[in-house]
Design a protein around this ligand. Structure first.
Ligand code: NZQ
Ligand code: ZN
Length: 393
């Protein structure tokens, strides 16, 4: 196993009545004036936003609100939020929503903490963040895991350039995780979320180099649990316990726990998806499902023992007469699972029919964002990325 550091500074308040806990948590984080950030309106319609605001005010905290974060959150709104934070003297941001809203708040928190600098430089990787306002999250969808992650992903409006910035500075001070808040999710968003949760662990599982038995056991258990409960939620979307299982999995899958003891995670599928998300504005989880099978078939020979182990321990595939056949059976079985929960397994099913020139542009953008190469199961260069996009058509 490899040496590692594990850093999770986020206080988690898990369970029913979450919105009412927000005021005390914000107070504990030292807040006097909060920017309450939300998305396209689901939190207004469900009443969650009003409950959070009431809790903050009851704790004696002033509140300014800003809605409008969209899936693949935009830089233009981030800039608006930074200006609002500075004008109002905000000292804590609270995001009510999913990865998009939390990431948008993280970018605002970076920008407001270093107001003389352009926040986009952090996402272009021409500068590292030196400061970030504190933030908290009230999670309404089990998916991205941004409530405990070090990551924030923003899309620049012009040209649809989607880029991520990773730093411990943006890890939320607290996360309110109330499974009841996720009961209003449409089936498609539930499935997208479960796919993304699985992918965050799989990006740390399909690696070359040393691994760790305990981490493997945690990862495999998490993946089996998410699949089982994604199936339950298809037929019974109001099932509180199933919602709770996937909600907690969303945090554990992306807070570093399922990556302890490995040298380097893979995250090639995320790189491939981010390029698609920026250009075609698709749901993140669906984009991951659409490329995963093609990526897996392209790289599995370079990471054969891991793919064979995954097939047996996670997908429940019996030994198919050798590692290669078993690994391939595992890939097919996961693709079948994705289809069974309504996820696409090709770009066409995602509604994208890229031309040859589009494939060139996607691969160029993906390679550029990654600094030329990406991956651990197999290191991918621009030509490899293009080949995978072409396979995924
Ligand atoms: O905007 P509203 O109206 O709230 O609607 C949202 C949105 O349309 C809706 N929704 C959320 N909670 C709901 C609900 N609808 C009904 N009831 C509820 N309780 O769901 C839709 C998707 O929301 P979004 O926040 O976009 O979902 P998700 O959490 O999947 O976030 C996706 C974004 O996170 C990034 C992705 O790239 C994408 O931009 N990621 C962020 C990561 C991170 N910061 O660590 C890691 C991920 O790998 C990912 O890249
Ligand atoms: Zn993801």
């Amino acid at each position: 196993m490899a040496d590692f550091q594990y850093y999770t500074p986020t206080r988690v308040a898990f369970g029913r009545g979450g919105p009412e806990k927000t005021g005390a948590l914000a107070k504990q984080a030292g807040a006097h004036k909060v920017l309450l950030h939300y998305g396209g309106g689901s939190a207004v319609r469900s009443g969650v936003l009003a409950r959070v605001e009431a809790s903050l005010r009851a704790a004696g905290i002033e509140v300014v609100t800003l809605g409008g974060a969209v899936p693949n959150p935009r830089l233009s709104l981030v800039r608006e939020g930074i200006a609002l934070c500075l004008r109002e003297g905000v000292d804590l941001l609270v995001a009510v929503g999913g990865g998009s809203t939390i990431d948008s708040a993280k970018a605002m928190a970076y920008g407001a903490a270093e107001p003389d600098k352009d926040v986009w430089e952090l996402y272009e990787h021409t500068r590292r963040p030196a400061a970030c306002l504190p933030l908290g999250a009230v999670v309404t969808i089990a998916a991205a895991g941004s409530e405990m992650s070090d990551s924030s992903v923003i899309t620049k409006d012009e040209g649809g350039v989607k880029r991520g910035c990773n730093s411990d500075l943006c890890r939320p001070r607290f996360a309110v995780m109330d499974p009841e808040l996720t009961l209003t999710l449409p089936a498609y968003q539930t499935a997208c979320g479960c796919t993304d949760i699985m992918m965050h662990t799989m990006e740390r599982y399909f690696v070359s180099g040393p691994t760790m038995q305990l981490t493997d056991a945690l990862a495999e258990g998490l993946l089996r649990t998410v699949m089982a409960n994604a199936r339950v939620l298809q037929d019974d979307p109001q099932n509180y316990d199933a919602r709770a299982e996937v909600l907690w999995a969303s945090s554990l899958s992306h807070n570093g726990l399922t990556g302890c003891g490995i040298t380097q995670s893979d995250f090639a599928c995320h790189g491939l998806e981010h390029e698609l998300g920026g250009r075609y504005d698709i749901a993140h989880g669906a984009g991951l499902a659409a490329v995963w099978g093609s990526w897996a078939r392209y790289v599995y020979r370079d990471c054969l023992p891991r793919f064979a182990q995954f097939a047996v321990r996670v997908m429940g595939v019996p030994d198919a007469g050798g590692a290669q056949a078993t690994a391939l059976r595992g890939i097919e079985t996961l693709e079948s699972f994705f289809r069974s929960i309504g996820m696409p397994t090709s770009l066409r099913e995602l509604g994208i029919t890229p031309t040859e020139a589009d494939l060139d542009a996607l691969a160029r953008g993906c390679a550029l964002a990654a600094g030329g190469k990406k991956g651990s199961a197999r290191v991918l260069y621009e030509a490899d990325m293009r080949a995978i996009y072409a396979m995924a058509r």
